[in-house]
Design a protein around this ligand. Structure first.
Ligand SMILES: [Zn+2]
Length: 175
């Protein structure tokens, strides 16, 4: 696969991540795959961040001025955001930082948040790693290995995503 510098195949039939609890600091974050979706109202999170187009199409999000982060259009059982983030790719630092801040804010309010993309590996794993960096003050490299240990060994699935996570921890250290 030359188009992306992918580390793994995206789809792993053995993985059926659906609202899988992963420890971040002293809290739990739920990680999900669109492919493994069950009843979305069952065990619903307090807040959700959806990172793949399939979620946008299913839930119907605003499209606002080409911005990366969009709000949900209809009233749902729980508030959620959609982020324009292409499979295997990365998002700019400032967008990532804003997204992480939103997640941390919700976590500070005591909400259980859900992060989801298609298979629940690349984009979900990358954002999860950034939350671990902020909550546990780990290096990018450590956070990546913790995501693969605590959640799934296929998580964070491109070199570019690994670099984005490492860069995030370096940028945050001097911020
Ligand atoms: Zn997996």
């Amino acid at each position: 696969m030359k188009k992306h510098d992918s580390l793994f195949n995206n789809y792993r039939p053995e993985c059926r991540h659906w609202r899988e609890p992963v420890r971040v600091g002293r809290q739990i974050v739920l990680c999900s795959s669109y492919f493994a979706m069950r009843d979305i109202t069952e065990g619903a999170p307090g807040f959700a961040v959806y990172l793949a187009e399939a979620w946008r199409d299913k839930l119907g999000f605003f499209s606002t001025n080409g911005s990366y982060i969009k709000r949900v259009a209809q009233r749902r059982a729980y508030p959620c955001l959609f982020v324009d983030w292409k499979d295997f790719s990365t998002i700019p630092f400032l967008v990532l930082d804003e997204l992480v801040e939103i997640c941390l804010c919700k976590m500070r309010q005591g909400k259980v948040i859900e992060i989801a993309c298609n298979a629940g590996h690349g984009r979900t794993g990358a954002l999860l790693a950034c939350l671990i960096i902020r909550k546990e003050h780990l290096s990018g490299e450590r956070a990546i290995s913790e995501v693969r240990r605590r959640y799934c060994r296929h998580a964070i699935e491109s070199k570019a995503q690994e670099e984005m996570v490492k860069n995030y921890s370096l940028m945050r250290a001097i911020w």
